[in-house]
Each structure stands twice: as C-alpha cells, then as structure tokens.
Design a protein around this ligand. Structure first.
Ligand SMILES: [Zn+2]
Length: 267
C-alpha cells in the first residue's frame, strides 16, 4: 500500500512537472512550429484572437469560370463575405468574375501569378510573381490587394519581411484545412471544417474543386447554426484583441498565470 501510494505520488508529481513544462514550451509541443513568427509581429496570421464568434472563409486558386460564380451565388444567398486568394493567370482569364467578387463585397488578395513555391525562388522572380498578379487584380477590379497567401504556405522569414516592406502585404496562412484539394468528397470537407472551426479561424478552401463547392451549403449553414459570423480576413485582423498574459513564443519566460488552454497566436 505504501509502495502504491509512493508510486501514485511520483506519477502525479511527474505529470505535474510535464504539465508545467508543456505549458512553458507550448509553441514547441502544440501546433506546428513557426520559428519566424516572433520576428515579424503583426505580419503573419494563421488565426486571430477575437472577442466574438467571427471566422473568415477563404478560397484559393481561382477564379474558376465554371465554379466561382456558383460559389458567389451561394455566398450572396447567405449574405456572407469571403476572401479570395487569386492566381494572377486566372485573374487575367476571368477579370469579370474578379470584378463581381469586389462588387459583392468580398476581399480579393494575392496568391502569386502561377502558384510556384516562393520559398525556393530568387527575390526578383518572387517580385515578378507578385507584381504581375497585383497588376491583373487592379486592372480587373480597380482594387489593390493588401494580403498575400504564399502557395503551399511556403515562404521564408526573410521573404515575409521584405514583401511586407515592399508591397505592404500581410501574410495570411490558415488554421483550418479540410484538405479539400485531395477531393475527399463534400461530406468529409464539410465535417472537417465544422469540427475544426473556432472563433478567429481562417478557414482554407479552394474554389476550383467541384466537391468543395458542393460542401459549402453544409459548411455555411452548419457554421451559422453554431453561431459563427463571417467576415473577410482584413476585417478579422482588424478585430484582433490582445491575448491574456500567457507564455508567449518569445524566448523570455513568463510564469504561467492561467491554466485554461488557449491557443498560441502566430502573428
Ligand atoms: Zn493555392
């Protein structure tokens, strides 16, 4: 019995230590590490800490002549504003759809000209990808984008910095990814999004896959039923509220005050 108690005590103690340690080093043990996040505060967003049930739906790789208009009809029926990360080549082919996106209150943003891996490219080639897309978006809609989503989420810390300085772009990633590009079927896409969405989520989807568009009536109505409200990414970022004091990704250690689990921001 004594031995049992001792074992129990040791177990509890070691769990306690593990819990404290895990808390202190949360950025390494929790979500995927983003080592560059602390270097550029306010530049990169994959989730936003907000007061209220706000989420941003984002659609990448369009516009698609066939599918995007269907999605726009659906968003209009739900009075939902979304954010479209556009590929420059597709903007040049479908300028009328981009103009409609803007006219209907959606945000449009830069997703490169031809969807390369920016992290592996020279600054000049990256600059060319972003400039051409920005020009195509401006001539289609009159609007200048203020956000960039790098294809595959692939971008270096150094690139984030100079792109932000040169183009004024914020870098937008995501925290909800239903992997819809693998075309798992509309039910799976819907279930994954509903399961993962939380206040402040930036939800990734692609308006070039039929299954994604088919999933949207389910996604939108179920998120609405859960009380979520939809805003554009720039609106979500503008709603940002500071987190209560918690161990941050910065190297200086702050004693843990709250034990309630709270997500770590990566901005
Ligand atoms: Zn993409």
């Amino acid at each position: 019995m004594l031995i049992f108690r001792f074992l129990l005590f040791s177990l509890v103690t070691s769990f306690g230590i593990v819990a404290v340690r895990a808390d202190a080093v949360a950025p390494q043990t929790g979500e995927k590490p983003k080592p560059a996040a602390t270097a550029e505060p306010g530049i990169t967003f994959d989730w936003v800490h907000v007061d209220g049930p706000y989420v941003a739906m984002t659609f990448d790789d369009g516009p698609s002549a066939k599918l995007t208009p269907k999605l726009l009809d659906l968003l209009a029926a739900h009075h939902i504003k979304a954010t479209f990360f556009l590929i420059g080549q597709n903007v040049a082919e479908n300028p009328d759809i981009v103009a409609r996106e803007v006219r209907e209150g959606h945000e449009i943003a830069n997703h490169s000209w031809s969807h390369p891996n920016l992290a592996k490219m020279s600054d000049d080639r990256v600059r060319d990808q972003l400039h051409k897309t920005e020009d195509a978006i401006r001539s289609a809609s009159g609007n200048r984008p203020t956000l960039l989503r790098p294809p595959y989420g692939s971008i270096t810390a150094r690139q984030k910095k100079w792109i932000n300085q040169e183009f004024g772009y914020k870098i937008v990633l995501w925290d909800v990814d239903p992997l819809d590009w693998r075309r798992p079927g509309s039910n799976v896409v819907c279930n994954r999004i509903i399961k993962m969405a939380r206040a402040g989520s930036i939800i990734l989807a692609h308006d070039i896959h039929p299954g994604t568009i088919e999933a949207m009536p389910c996604v939108l109505s179920q998120l609405e039923a859960k009380g979520f409200k939809f805003v554009t990414v720039s609106e979500l970022i503008a709603m940002h509220t500071p987190l209560p004091p918690k161990p941050s990704p910065s190297p200086k250690s702050i004693p843990p005050k709250s034990t309630s689990p709270s997500p770590t921001p990566h901005n």
